[in-house]
Design a binder for this molecule. Structure first.
Ligand code: UDX
Length: 480
């Protein structure tokens, strides 16, 4: 049998940690490099610094099996060992952040400085005349980045053989471990041009070995041109963004036309050309990927003088949607001086991530409109608090911000409650109990997680995105 693959995963963020631990589960020997000392110490002591179902167990069992290790930098890994040490080619994955560039003139574009720094570190510590290194970008990087990295490395280390590949991830937070081990496809972009064919062949073999346990189960392993893999990742995320933004606008029209957006989405989704997923209208998409990847795609295409109007429209529609949540509420009730319970601060249920979460937009808007807020989330409270603190709000606003340790505390005395992430605890709460706790009777459901009929019976007025109130006759409720 072949030797176990040696995998170095640079970055123990969300993507690197999940991918590294899951590759160990597939049989590779994995070292995850994390430069943040606090995060590294936590990982070494068995603490998982993010909320991801199944990740804690996976990391613990792979460490116990001696397949998963953590290092502070590349020099601490076996990479700097003398040439000839490696029995199989080594795979180095870059899973460092590619945040949105904020420099003037480059807004929206992906900031590649962490990727470049990792490449430079690799170049500086490989021993003289090393064996082949297979580099893979896991981070989402603009098309052409692989070629640019290969040129950069060649200039630094002409003696060191390197093949730069692209292996994008398609992990959704909250189900990332499951997604990694049960993917729809595995995408590997390989270089053409003047890369020696033997290097490309070695990369192909290494990937085939790495992912063999999944391929045996029938998962398609797609080898494409490197540029295709890079672009496919962005195109996939942008397409998902378009679906969501599109349904948001249809939902708005539903509210004014008597249609119900769930019925419309269901009817649309039965057409296999459309598909049933990602048609749920909500408060706008957030998270670490879609809001950043769509403008990055648009910006990188603009460099080739290509205007991507459809993704750009989705991006603008989504920004407007998140910014307009407070305005929707203000059309229904007076907000100044009111106490509003904001339920679900994560960008979606199932994660503690609040990056680009619609709840943060709504919270700042409601504070500026003079409301008091009681904020609750079963997992994301600490992250939401840190994100709000970073906004440095004026004291007359921040003093109206209350962090509710329980759902009951959030609802107590509230004039209105707003559901922004569909955590089960919000769906499960008994309407009569809500009515006892709350002062007012306005409910805003931006996820359609609440059942209209029981809430109406308890005396509430429900404003659900994509449904006009008067269009939910009670005979329909019983069928829902
Ligand atoms: C996404 C992609 O799904 C994943 O393939 C990629 O690798 C990273 O980006 P993630 O950001 O974790 O994953 O979450 P996802 O479940 O895709 O949701 C993104 C946002 O869209 C959330 O704010 C979610 O609430 C919203 N959404 C999703 C909707 O509003 N409606 C939908 O129908 C689906």
């Amino acid at each position: 049998p072949p030797h176990p693959l040696e995998v170095i995963m640079v970055g123990a963020g969300y993507v690197g940690l999940v991918s590294g631990a899951a590759m160990a589960r597939l049989g590779a020997t994995v070292t995850v490099v994390e430069s943040n000392p606090g995060r590294l110490t936590a990982l070494r002591s068995g603490t998982i610094p993010l909320h991801e179902p199944g990740l804690g167990e996976l990391v613990a069992s792979e460490r116990a099996a001696n397949r998963l290790h953590f290092a502070a930098n590349l020099a601490e890994t076996a990479l700097s060992a003398p040439a000839g040490t490696f029995k199989a080619p080594r795979l180095v994955f870059l899973a460092v952040g590619t945040p949105e560039n904020t420099k003037p003139g480059q807004q929206g574009a992906a900031d590649l400085s962490a990727v470049q720094a990792a490449l430079d570190e690799l170049a500086s510590l490989l021993p003289p005349n090393p064996s082949l290194t297979i580099l893979a970008t896991k981070s989402t990087v603009p098309v052409g980045t692989g070629a640019a990295l290969a040129r950069r490395f060649q200039a630094l280390r002409p003696d060191a053989p390197l093949v730069v590949t692209s292996n994008p991830e398609f992990l959704a937070e909250g189900q990332a471990v499951h997604n990694f081990l049960n993917p729809d496809r595995i995408l590997v972009g390989l270089p053409g041009g003047d890369t020696p064919p033997s290097y490309v062949q070695a990369a192909r073999q290494a990937y085939s070995q790495l992912y063999a346990p999944l391929v045996i189960k029938g998962v398609p392993l797609l080898f494409t041109k490197r540029e295709s893999a890079e672009l496919a990742k962005y195109a996939a995320n942008a397409f998902l963004a378009v679906k969501i933004a599109f349904m948001g606008e249809i939902a708005d029209f539903c509210e004014h036309s008597g249609a119900s957006v769930d019925e419309v989405a269901h009817a649309m989704g039965l057409d296999p050309r459309i598909g049933p997923e990602f048609l749920e209208a909500g408060p706008g998409y957030g998270g670490s990927c879609l809001p950043k990847d769509v403008p990055a795609l648009v910006a990188s295409a603009a460099q080739s003088n290509i205007t991507l109007t459809v993704p750009q429209a989705a991006h603008l529609a989504n920004k407007a949607r998140k910014a307009g949540l407070g305005g929707r509420m203000a059309r229904v009730m007076h907000l100044a001086g009111k106490r509003i319970a904001l339920l679900g601060l994560a960008f979606k249920a199932g994660t503690d991530d609040v990056r680009a979460s619609p709840a943060l937009d709504l919270a700042t808007d409601l504070l500026s409109q003079g409301a008091s807020l009681a904020l609750h989330d079963p997992e994301a409270l600490a992250n939401a608090r840190a994100a709000m603190q970073a906004l440095d709000l004026p004291p007359q606003q921040s003093e109206r911000l209350h962090w509710a340790p329980t759902l009951e505390a959030a609802l107590t005395g509230a004039d209105a409650a707003v559901l922004l992430a569909a955590w089960p605890c919000y769906k499960d709460i008994a309407p009569d109990h809500m009515a006892q706790l709350m002062k007012g009777r306005h409910l805003f459901d931006f996820r359609r997680a609440w059942q209209p009929q029981p809430l109406r019976a308890a005396g509430f007025t429900l404003h659900a995105v994509g449904m006009a109130e008067e269009t939910i006759p009670s005979h329909c409720d019983s069928e829902l």
